[in-house]
Design a protein. Structure first.
Length: 466
């Protein structure tokens, strides 16, 4: 068949039936894992399995119905993969909650709290799809989103508002409510970066000087990347948050490269990152501690702050081997923050290398489908926004899993949809809503022009978009 015939024969399919079928499989994963935890730890199916399964299934079906009604051409893969990850995360958190039952120093009721946060995230996901019918509307709020993101990033530094937890000042406490404003800021920054780069990418793409076959940017155009570098260094120095610093600077660098297609920006950004990392290592004790633990974790096992949780996680994953010990067969509670920063270590111990690879593949599918939406999107803003949201997941997963497996120095980010934490879970569900909105716009049939004469003799005609 010729290329023209292939294009003429292309049919835009909604694929909502395929999404529903995959959702059933995803729910089987989540509910089955929850039941397996009860059998493995207590020897019986959890007594609340029906209520839990109904709640999880109700949330998933509500998402599916919303997508079917307001975003019928959206990607059919993203929602089931996210549901499977969220369900598995709830099961692992339930496993840890049972292990913490006899420890008064550990929090309790974690799965119920996480399910509540998931409900809030799903409600915001539905609100995003219902209220945002066209993602291009967000271009009007480019600088507003940028300003709000900066305000949110500075909030933890405000006396009486910010709180230091586990050595990082990234929390904000407002009465009984505490959250990480950086999780909201990352969504706003993607919108701000996409809107800014769409307007200024031509100027940023101009080459300044060619060195070693690479077109380096002009000096006058270095302002945006220098500003983001200073912001990321400020987060590292004042908030002691290595993970967010890497995430925000890497996010901007990826979007800048995609917008301009200039490798010179990667060279400049890489040199700035390397220089900042070396200076931070020389001047900041907590950065030195992270690097030293990364290089020789056993040396700092009994120290404070030390490498105890990293070493225990590595021992657990080694004990899990290829197929794991099974739910209830390991001891993931030995890791101090197994429910949040080290949940991938708990999965590696009880589900083995096979379970970890399956989780990584799920994240790979999310990133691939987001990039696919970016490729077929018809507007530059949507392309950059989908690319930025894909980069958020890719960078965050790389930084977290890389730290837990000792590929890179350990940071304090959470694993999307798996780790315990309301701020991260809610923000990631909003990101999913934005991705589905962009993919719906990109996959739906293009408007057809229907010329209609105003009258039989009028030289002017009206073109209506069907």
């Amino acid at each position: 068949m010729s290329q023209a015939g292939f294009v003429m024969g292309f049919v835009h399919r909604r694929r909502r039936g395929a999404e529903l079928f995959l959702l059933v499989i995803a729910l089987a994963v989540g509910i089955g894992a929850y039941a397996a935890v009860g059998i493995g730890v207590e020897g019986e199916v959890p007594p609340d399995i029906v209520a839990y399964g109904a709640g999880l299934a109700g949330l998933a079906i509500a998402c599916h119905i919303t997508v079917r009604m307001v975003a019928p051409y959206a990607d059919p893969i993203l929602l089931p993969v996210v549901t499977a990850l969220n369900g598995l995360g709830l099961a692992v958190i339930h496993r840890l909650d049972l292990a913490y039952a006899d420890n008064p120093l550990k929090p309790h009721g974690l799965p119920h709290k996480q399910l509540t946060w998931m409900t809030i995230g799903v409600l915001l996901f539905i609100a995003t799809l219902v209220l945002l019918r066209d993602h291009r509307v967000l271009t009007r709020f480019t600088y507003t989103c940028g300003l709000l993101a900066i305000v949110l990033l500075l909030m933890p530094l405000v006396p009486g508002v910010g709180a230091t937890i586990n050595g990082a000042r990234i929390w904000v406490s407002l009465g009984p409510l505490s959250f990480q404003p950086g999780e909201i800021a990352k969504v706003l920054l993607v919108i701000a970066f996409a809107g800014y780069l769409v307007l200024h990418r031509d100027a940023l793409a101009l080459a300044g000087r060619r060195v070693a076959g690479i077109d380096l940017p002009r000096g006058r155009d270095l302002g945006p990347i220098l500003v983001m570098w200073l912001i990321s260094m400020g987060i590292l120095v004042f908030q002691r948050d290595l993970g967010s610093s890497l995430l925000f600077f890497g996010l901007f660098l990826v979007m800048l490269y995609v917008a301009t297609e200039r490798a010179g920006w990667l060279v400049v950004g890489g040199l700035l990152f390397l220089g900042g990392a070396l200076v931070s290592y020389q001047l900041l004790s907590h950065v030195q501690n992270r690097v030293n633990i990364w290089l020789d974790p056993m040396k700092y096992y009994d120290q404070t702050p030390g490498s105890g949780q990293l070493v225990e996680s590595l021992f657990g994953m080694a004990w899990g081997g290829l197929i794991g010990r099974g739910f209830g067969g390991g001891s993931p509670e030995r890791v101090p923050f197994a429910e949040s920063d080290f949940i991938i270590g708990a999965i590696g111990e009880e589900l083995g290398l096979t379970g970890v690879i399956a989780v990584i593949l799920c994240y790979g599918i999310i990133v691939e489908r987001a990039l696919r939406a970016a490729l077929i999107c018809r507007d530059g803003f949507g392309k950059l926004m989908a690319t930025g949201l894909a980069a958020v997941f890719a960078l965050q997963v790389f930084v977290v899993i890389g730290g837990v497996t000792r590929l890179i120095p350990l940071t304090g980010l959470t694993t999307p949809f798996l780790s315990y934490g309301g701020s991260s879970l809610v923000a990631n569900w909003v990101i999913l809503g934005l991705l589905l909105r962009i993919s719906d716009q990109a996959r739906r049939p293009a408007p057809q022009a229907e010329p209609t004469n105003l009258s039989g003799e009028a030289p002017t005609e009206v073109v209506r978009l069907a």
